[in-house]
Design a protein around this ligand. Structure first.
Ligand code: FAD
Ligand code: SF4
Length: 486
């Protein structure tokens, strides 16, 4: 067994809810940069809790015996217990409890849709306002990050095993899988196609929501836990998953996301000035196009920007366009604000910053002149009966069209899987072009596992992490069975 690192905090296996008199104060708001100021910069919008706010928020927790909040967390964070440790003013233990189950707490504390997960299951939600679990998670992760490295919490790994697992992709699914495998004693090698690690966390989610230093710090923790990263290593080109197995990796996890832009399917979408949200955000986030010509990558600084879509990606596109200096940014969405799938907080922040919404409208054509976009012709819609997603179906109102003038269009209507998956792994693929894997991440090849967006289609960071972690547990179980039958 590896020695317990000097700064590891021992964890109790039999947690007990703390007895305390909960505060009845309302949920504590998160301080943010003022809207007029923040649209001028790319710095983080939310500033995080102060120690006083964190203490006041933790004091609202009821320390429920059954802790339903925990059943809403895809990676099984011991929420009641870490908040209990905060109530005892034992922040090192609180961090240890948090990191034991979540490899990316500072990331999750910033971008996870807690309102539809742990916070939705919190008992306080039924009485009014749930505990701000995500904000407390972020506070703890940031408190830990501010400590010198030697004093920071590390989770105790299991005994080293003589087997190495290859992990393809470096988004949240892969990072959670790599972290869990490393904790279970495996040597892990991550193969990332791009020149930067993190998947959507690096190229998609903008700096003003997730500063890259936060991601880099969490990646650094993984590097210190024996996870080795290979950049510019697209599996499928450099080797297939089967070839990695032949090279001696005991198992392969595939977490390559589903980042291929879906086109709107309307005339004019190849005009200059029309971007997929993926390209638009990658240029800014990963290639620092906002610093052009200091950086090598240019981007159109539109004055009137139309963003098509209603999810987190659309909000990020719209808010990025504002920060690039656009005078007017308009979201075009085929349903209404109530059906928008983006996080409420992101929608509110976007509107506070001046983003406009044209609801019940869908693009019919991107119109242009001399090869450049000049507007979007819109079809007006109305809501009908619910569709298979449970949301009201948008229906076109015949003859009701109009043109919305603009000089830039950002298409954020969704993404698809890589159409060349067969070159990556010869495993079962479904009719949507996604890899087929069961709840434990098993594919049709017993030594190839998969999870995250490449299995579910576009979803969330924490669902991808939950799938990656679950696959790591299955990989460990499979390899243990193989070892014991040898
Ligand atoms: P990804 O994050 O897509 O990572 C896949 C990685 O695999 C990438 O780095 C890719 O380069 C690499 N790769 C691909 N092919 C290969 C190959 N052949 N070989 C090697 N590497 C390869 N979710 C939230 O919960 N909250 C949010 O606020 C939120 N905002 C979002 C904003 C944007 C702009 C986008 C695009 C998504 C957002 N999401 C959000 C969704 C969330 O980011 C994804 O669900 C999540 O990142 C999926 O994780 P993943 O690990 O499956 O894939
Ligand atoms: Fe605290 Fe809410 Fe969890 Fe109860 S359900 S332990 S109040 S966070």
């Amino acid at each position: 067994m590896d020695a317990l690192p000097p700064n590891a905090v021992p964890l109790s296996d039999e947690p007990q809810p703390r007895r305390h008199r909960p505060s009845r104060e309302p949920r504590n708001a998160m301080p943010t940069q003022a809207p007029a100021e923040r649209v001028q910069n790319f710095a983080e919008v939310a500033c995080g809790y102060t120690p006083e706010l964190a203490r006041a928020e933790a004091a609202r927790c009821l320390q429920c015996r059954k802790a339903p909040c925990e059943s809403g967390c895809p990676v099984g964070v011991r929420i009641r217990d870490f908040i209990g440790a905060m109530l005892d003013d034992d922040l090192p233990l609180a961090v240890a409890l948090l990191k034991e189950r979540n490899a990316l707490p500072a990331v999750c504390g910033r971008v996870c849709p807690q309102e539809s997960q742990c916070e939705a299951s919190c008992v306080l939600a039924r009485r009014g306002e749930s505990l701000a679990i995500g904000r407390l998670e972020r506070y703890l992760a940031d408190w830990d990050r501010a400590l010198p490295r030697s004093e920071r919490n590390v989770t105790k790994p299991h005994a080293k095993k003589n087997q190495c697992v290859a992990v393809v992709g470096s988004g949240p699914a892969s990072l959670a899988c790599a972290s869990e495998l490393s904790l279970r004693g495996y040597c892990v090698e991550v193969f990332e196609a791009l020149h930067a690690l993190g998947g959507v966390l690096a190229y998609g989610i903008p700096e003003f929501r997730l500063p890259k230093v936060i991601l880099d710090d969490e990646l650094d923790s993984l590097r210190r836990s024996r996870v080795k990263f290979h950049l510019n290593a697209p599996i499928g080109s450099v080797a297939s998953a089967e070839e990695l197995l032949e090279e001696g990796y005991a198992a392969v996890f595939i977490g390559i996301g589903a980042g291929l832009p879906r086109f709107m399917g309307v005339p004019g979408e190849n005009l200059n000035g029309v971007y997929s949200a993926n390209e638009f955000l990658t240029r800014v986030n990963l290639m620092h196009a906002y610093e052009f010509p200091k950086s090598d990558t240019p981007i159109t600084h539109g004055h009137q920007v139309v963003v098509v879509g209603g999810g987190n990606v659309a909000m990020d596109g719209a808010r990025t366009a504002l920060r690039l200096g656009a005078q007017e940014v308009t979201l075009v969405y085929r349903r209404t604000r109530a059906e928008m799938p983006a996080r409420d907080e992101e929608i509110e922040h976007a509107f506070e910053e001046g983003v406009r919404l044209v609801e019940l409208a869908a693009p019919l054509e991107v119109v242009g002149q001399d090869g450049w976009v000049t507007g979007v012709r819109l079809q007006e819609m109305e809501l009908g009966e619910p569709d298979e997603s449970g949301r009201a179906r948008p229906i076109a109102i015949e003859g009701r069209e109009r043109v919305l003038p603009c000089d830039t269009v950002v298409n954020a209507v969704g993404t698809l899987a890589n159409p060349h998956l067969r070159e990556i792994a010869d495993v079962e693929i479904n009719k949507w072009g996604l890899l087929v894997a069961d709840e434990e991440g098993r594919t049709s090849n017993p030594r190839i596992f998969a999870g995250g967006d490449i299995v579910t289609g576009a979803a969330t960071v924490i669902l991808a992490m939950g799938a990656g972690k679950q696959a790591a547990v299955s990989i460990d179980r499979t390899l243990c069975e193989v070892r014991s039958s040898d």
